[in-house]
Design a protein around this ligand. Structure first.
Ligand SMILES: [Zn+2]
Length: 162
């Protein structure tokens, strides 16, 4: 198993080697590293690559794209998601994100990922640094109590009606 229990939020399975990641995700690493080379990051000098595995089995790519008007910058993860959605996908199975230091998706990207996550405890987010250190999370870990249509599925969450 890649991760801890679904209720063990914010505790990644740290330090997993590439060999510890199921083979079905191996191509995601290669794709994420390759697309990172296309990042447009002249301001931050922080290129990021993302490769998303959709439920259909197809892979969609994204890299961060910055803009002189900083607020228009978009993250690699959202570019990958939007590419997938534009191709007709509606459900994410996994996403790999590669960057210097191996950072996890930002809050905005987590919310957008959650929109297309139908089983948050099963959707895998793989984060890798440039040295090959991998961290694995589920969407349930990265964004517990997410806003949206899946709120009612989180049986352990607080309720205003109780
Ligand atoms: Zn982001």
């Amino acid at each position: 198993m890649l991760t801890n229990t679904e209720n063990d939020a914010a505790k990644p399975a740290e330090g997993i080697s590439r060999e510890g990641v199921p083979g079905e995700y191996a191509s995601l690493w290669v794709a994420a590293r390759a697309v990172r080379e296309h990042a447009y990051a002249p301001f931050s000098q922080f290129p990021v690559g993302a490769a998303l595995l959709a439920e259909s089995g197809k892979i969609y790519l994204g890299c961060n794209i910055e803009n002189s008007s900083f607020g228009l910058t978009i993250c690699a993860e959202r570019v990958a998601i939007f590419n997938a959605v534009a191709a007709g996908e509606r459900e994410i199975k996994a996403i790999a994100v590669v960057s210097r230091g191996g950072v996890t998706p930002c809050g905005a990207c987590r919310q957008v990922l959650a929109e297309f996550t139908h089983a948050p405890e099963h959707v895998v987010v793989l984060v890798e640094d440039l040295e090959g250190k991998v961290q694995c999370f589920t969407m349930a870990q990265l964004l517990p109590y997410a806003f949206g249509k899946f709120q009612q599925d989180q049986v352990d969450g607080p309720s205003l009606t109780q």
